[in-house]
Design a protein around this ligand. Structure first.
Ligand code: MG
Ligand code: FE
Length: 168
């Protein structure tokens, strides 16, 4: 394997771990939400998309002879620096999660742009098509989160003022 191929495969493995991390961030959130059904619905949609994204990454990695069992290790060994994004103790949990999710989607966007640079350069059209689908879903989720910051903040304030459960 050439060096650039090695960089690409390492990037794919990191993206696979990133997507498992995404699931570990979103799944607890969606289970906790009580008063923000629009957020829960969009998170549930993106969880389903993420599961397919993982399959796309595995499909590309299989082309490089990477097995699924070796990928489990990468997911488990990932640094917890960003996985620690959980705000269940905060009174404004839903608002803080909207910031964290916005940041995470942009991390994913950058990761896919980086991988696409390599797949384009290598002329790997199969990988490019699959990575482009993942990127498009991250861009769409990031756009939704961007548009949701204002309404979720105002809803949090309104629920708080009326004495209802506002945090989640
Ligand atoms: Mg993703
Ligand atoms: Fe995402």
């Amino acid at each position: 394997m050439t060096d650039t191929n090695g960089i690409f495969v390492t990037g794919l493995r990191n993206a696979h771990a990133m997507e498992n991390q995404a699931l570990s961030i979103m799944k607890p959130q969606v289970e906790r939400i009580e008063n923000y059904p629009e957020v829960a619905q969009r998170l549930a949609q993106h969880i389903a998309e993420t599961e397919v994204q993982i399959e796309r990454l595995e499909q590309i990695l299989e082309g490089f002879g990477e097995s699924k069992s070796s990928l489990k290790d990468a997911a488990l060994s990932l640094s917890g620096s960003m996985a620690a994004i959980t705000h269940s103790m905060a009174p404004d949990e839903i608002v803080k999660n909207s910031f964290a999710n916005y940041a995470f989607e942009h991390f994913e966007i950058a990761a896919y742009k980086s991988l696409l640079a390599l797949s384009n350069q290598a002329g790997n059209s199969t990988a490019t098509a699959l990575l482009r689908q993942n990127l498009d879903e991250e861009l769409s989720m990031a756009q939704w989160l961007d548009q949701n910051i204002e309404p979720v903040t105002l809803k949090y304030a309104a629920l708080s003022e009326s004495g209802q459960t506002a945090k989640k």
